[in-house]
Design a protein. Structure first.
Length: 197
């Protein structure tokens, strides 16, 4: 099992990169988000990896962050989600956004990925809803994931149609201003004002 690759970025393609490790070039499938996170050709690169072993092939899939790899494992555990679809989802949604979409049952957000129809999105949300709690993810804004009243406030903003990153940022700003003892009602009101700016 290969857990990660550390070497020099040799080349990139639409859905893969080649990492040179000690003179051996490893072809690694990757999401567009991971490919964008890699440095320039010729620079040092490190990818977390997942090895996919099939009857007729062995493939490596690489991820810029361990959270993305963890989500890949969860997604490919859902019936009907192969490596290609999982990478399409991870190309469309950041792990933090995907976590919030699954936790809040937002099938439409999951369905934005190429190759994911409404039925598959519903299955992903249904099957993974209880398993998301095991992945501690930062918000898209880099702030710690909210808990307690903060998490409820983010959920309220998501239900009102806010994008996950915007909801998390607005609630974090409201929490900072109001303090840790803020009530849910006060947090939602202030977060709505902050999000409207």
């Amino acid at each position: 099992m290969i857990a990660h690759l550390k070497g020099r970025l040799e080349s990139t393609g639409i859905d893969h990169a080649v990492i040179d490790v000690g003179g051996i070039g490893y072809l690694v499938g990757a999401s567009s988000r991971t490919l964008a996170a890699l440095g320039a050709i010729g620079e040092a690169a490190m990818l977390h990896t997942e090895m996919l072993v099939a009857e007729d092939s062995i493939r490596l899939v690489g991820f810029a962050h361990a959270a993305e790899r963890d989500w890949f494992r969860l997604l490919t555990g859902v019936q009907g989600v192969g490596a290609r679809v999982a990478l399409a989802i991870l190309s469309t949604l950041e792990p933090a956004d995907l976590s919030r979409a699954v936790a809040s049952g937002d099938k439409a957000m999951v369905a934005r990925a190429n190759g994911v129809g409404p039925k598959l999105a519903a299955r992903i949300v249904l099957e993974l809803k209880d398993r998301v709690g095991g992945i501690a993810l930062p918000t898209a804004s880099g702030l710690p994931a909210p808990s307690g009243a903060g998490a409820d406030a983010v959920s309220a903003l998501l239900n009102l149609g806010f994008r996950p990153a915007d909801a998390a940022t607005a609630v974090a700003a409201a929490e900072e201003e109001l303090g840790a003892a803020a009530t849910l009602d006060a947090l939602v009101r202030l977060a709505l004002r902050k999000a409207a700016k």
